[in-house]
Write a protein that binds this ligand. Sequence first.
Ligand code: BTN
Length: 259
Amino acid sequence: MIWPAEAIWEAVSPLLPGFTVEVLPEIDSTNTELMRRAHAGQIEPVLLVAERQTAGRGRLGRDWSSETLTQGRTLTFSLGLPLAPADWSGLSLAVGLSVVQSLHPQLRLKWPNDVWLHDRKLAGILIETASVGQTRYVVIGVGINMVAPDATGLRTLPAGLREVLPQVRAPDVLEHLMLPLVQAVQRFGMLGFAPLVGAFAARDVLQGREVVCSDGLTGMARGVDASGALLVHTASGVRKITSAEVSVRPVSLGDDQPQ
Ligand code: BTN
């Protein structure tokens, strides 16, 4: 596959001096690789794209199976860069928002950062940070299904981007979303999540739906606050869900197992 590494480099490097773009035919996980490099002291801004991941990782310690054997069915990449926000909360929402805004009007966000199409999961985001000396380094991993993978074993039915953009190719998607993504991350670094509350609301899958959380809490999802915490109206009042360890699922998906 031909990747637009140079075009992305030209667009992004004015914003991120020292930025490089790397495309690998195969790696265990782009996030794992950039975290390994960070722990070895390599903290220059980088975009690492993998055509195959053999050990892709998802949130909450899950695997991210990416149909690795069939080229072009998934877009998997990680963006690593130094970042120093006053408050990290809401970064995953800001990243998800940038991705959906770049890709298609029908895409929605399922708090905190899954991308959904018609109640099926189209993309996932895994954000990790490392402290390297005085510098905080963030690795933003994104996996986008171009074509829905086999649903076997998946908690949420999968979707693929080609359902709404039939001809689209992974390299074009990458080129299209990368500059806005870098801009969104830098804006987050300066302003945090608060300016994005309204934009998140416009894409919020859970808004007004009954949800069940993995800690057993149930209630009605009522958007997010200025820190990106999910507001759940329960019988005993409004609860703010902030923990990345809590997962949330709409009850209407047919079972009561949190994703
Ligand atoms: C999730 O839905 O739980 C997050 C999935 C994140 C997958 C991407 S693919 C590129 C990067 N490398 C990984 O190992 N994971 C992220």
